[in-house]
Design a protein around this ligand. Structure first.
Ligand code: RB5
Length: 146
């Protein structure tokens, strides 16, 4: 599995931490930027870059980090087929994979600590979508998109 990951300046440090975690766990990733914390960046652009990696099947899932995670989730959810979920606890990380088939995880660097963020990432990546009654609800969301 390949994960696309992006941030603005408000999420760059946590993005680096997650990338180090991916490297140590041999998880493949595509880093769409930003590549330094000094440049001020517009978060919708990085949400779009990650959404595009998923839409074109270059990545199966995505992670977006900004200051709060809120801007990234609003922007990413504008793209067809994207189910971006703002998560700051491990329970929701599990539930949003099982029930919502979330394909982008959004987090806020100014909201949570690194250890919790990595626990969320691990839970989110390792939890499967349950399908069944939840598929019908995902289908309804897809219908509203078209
Ligand atoms: C940048 O200052 C901040 O607005 C951004 O990282 C994010 O929190 C937006 O939702």
């Amino acid at each position: 599995m390949k994960v696309a990951i992006g941030s603005d300046h408000g999420g760059h440090e946590l993005k680096r931490t997650i990338i180090d975690h991916f490297t140590s766990k041999k998880i493949s990733f595509i880093d769409v930027g930003i590549h330094n914390k000094w440049e001020s960046a517009d978060y919708p652009l990085y949400a779009a870059y990650v959404a595009e990696e998923i839409s074109t099947n270059r990545a199966e899932k995505g992670i977006l980090v900004c200051g709060t995670g809120i801007g990234m989730s609003i922007a990413a959810n504008k793209f067809k087929g994207i189910r971006a979920t703002l998560v700051h606890d491990v329970f929701s990380a599990k539930a949003t994979r099982e029930h919502n088939d979330s394909n982008i995880l959004c987090m806020g660097q100014r909201v949570i600590g690194e250890e919790v963020a990595l626990m969320i990432v691990d839970m989110w990546l390792s939890t499967e979508f349950e399908g069944g009654r939840h598929q019908k609800r995902i289908d309804l969301i897809s219908k509203y998109e078209s």
